[in-house]
Design a protein around this ligand. Structure first.
Ligand SMILES: NC(=O)c1ccc[n+]([C@@H]2O[C@H](COP(=O)([O-])OP(=O)(O)OC[C@H]3O[C@@H](n4cnc5c(N)ncnc54)[C@H](O)[C@@H]3O)[C@@H](O)[C@H]2O)c1
Length: 326
């Protein structure tokens, strides 16, 4: 095996621990540095996971020639600048979802990686979950005929999130429900059907004062392949639901966490340990070493950012938005 790439994490909060846990099955990466604006947190993270490097300034890390790959695990509005700085410093970047909070920021990230010739991958971890991968394969093979209608729900209840106070502020999160959860769910729909959104209508309400933004959201998308897709979000529903039904011309499927129901047949597809994070990090490492475009590359996830931007515009205007023009 070639020498592992020296790998750093910027932002040592909650999700950083899932990136570190995934490293155990990714020998292509060697953890060498932690960066957090909170120095004590960066130091204790480095100590706990055996790195020598400690940074409080991502620009200093980006300029360090001994680091080749980074995970960016920062609040949403801080994804663009560190990604651009790291690309300019020649580093491959795995940036957590959402790519950013605006399409213009996402485009700046793509442009920086393309100019530098580095990998830019977004942490769309749902693409690495077994049931979603199997469903996508079945759809591509024609198991339900041509997809016509997608009904996807993400219902949960959450009245606070003290570990990440920035997430409640729409300036930093872009709106937690749309950009925190919607970035997963909209991406999953477009990826499952391998088709971008051509028009988007979204309606939203504010129901939960903690989040300071829309937390009841329904999006209706017409995709380029002519399917319609409805994504429903709430974070005020105590009994919860997280599933996806795809109806085609020949059959229908329901995608669950550990299985797919295809017509009357149940196909087991158990969720992997780590919920897909191991496979995601392995894909990133291989793409960085071998130089291929990874699953959920920045360029591919751009269409998710287009749909989210169109949803935001539609919520504001009450109109259907032509996403194909964005
Ligand atoms: N894939 C998933 O399922 C999943 C789950 C949770 C979070 N996330 C994503 O991960 C990202 C981070 O979320 P989190 O829950 O870990 O947040 P968090 O608040 O727990 O951690 C963010 C860290 O960034 C640090 N930080 C803030 N500004 C900084 C700066 N300028 N320079 C360096 N460090 C800085 C903070 O001190 C904190 O330690 C978000 O994009 C979020 O949506 C993804």
């Amino acid at each position: 095996m070639p020498e592992p790439l020296n790998y750093a994490i910027i932002g040592c909060g909650g999700i950083a621990r899932a990136h570190i846990a995934a490293l155990e099955s990714v020998p292509e990466l060697r953890f060498v540095a932690a960066c957090d604006i909170d120095e004590a947190r960066a130091q204790s993270f480095a100590d706990e996971f055996g790195a020598q490097g400690v940074f409080t300034d991502y620009e200093a890390l980006a300029a360090d020639p001994d680091i080749q790959a980074v995970s960016i695990c920062l609040p949403h509005h801080l994804h663009r600048d560190p990604t651009v700085a790291c690309a300019q410093g020649g580093k491959h970047v795995l940036c957590e979802k959402p790519m950013e909070t605006t399409l213009a920021d996402a485009d700046a990230m793509i442009a920086a990686a393309e100019a530098a010739g580095t990998v830019l991958m977004i942490g769309q971890v749902l693409r690495f979950r077994a049931a979603n991968q199997k469903a996508r394969q079945l759809i591509a093979e024609g198991a339900i005929g041509a997809p016509m209608n997608v009904l996807r729900r993400r219902f949960s209840v959450c009245k606070e999130y003290p570990r990440a106070p920035w997430s409640a502020d729409p300036v930093m999160s872009g709106g937690w429900t749309l950009y925190g959860f919607g970035s997963h769910e909209v991406d999953a729909i477009l990826w499952l059907l391998d088709s971008p959104a051509s028009t988007v209508y979204a309606a939203a309400n504010k129901n939960n004062p903690h989040w300071q933004d829309y937390d009841e959201i329904t999006l209706v998308m017409r995709l380029a392949n002519d399917a319609i897709a409805t994504q429903q979000h709430t974070i005020n529903c105590p009994f919860g639901a997280w599933d996806c039904i795809v109806i085609g011309t020949e059959n229908a499927m329901r995608i669950e966490t550990n299985a797919i129901v295809l017509g009357e047949e149940t196909i087991d597809a158990p969720l992997q340990d780590g919920g897909g994070m191991h496979d995601q990090l392995a894909e990133f490492a291989r793409a960085a070493i071998e130089g291929f475009e990874p699953e959920s590359s920045g360029r591919n996830v751009r269409r998710t950012m287009v749909a989210l931007e169109a949803a935001k515009m539609s919520i504001a205007s009450g109109e259907v938005v032509d996403a194909s023009a964005l």
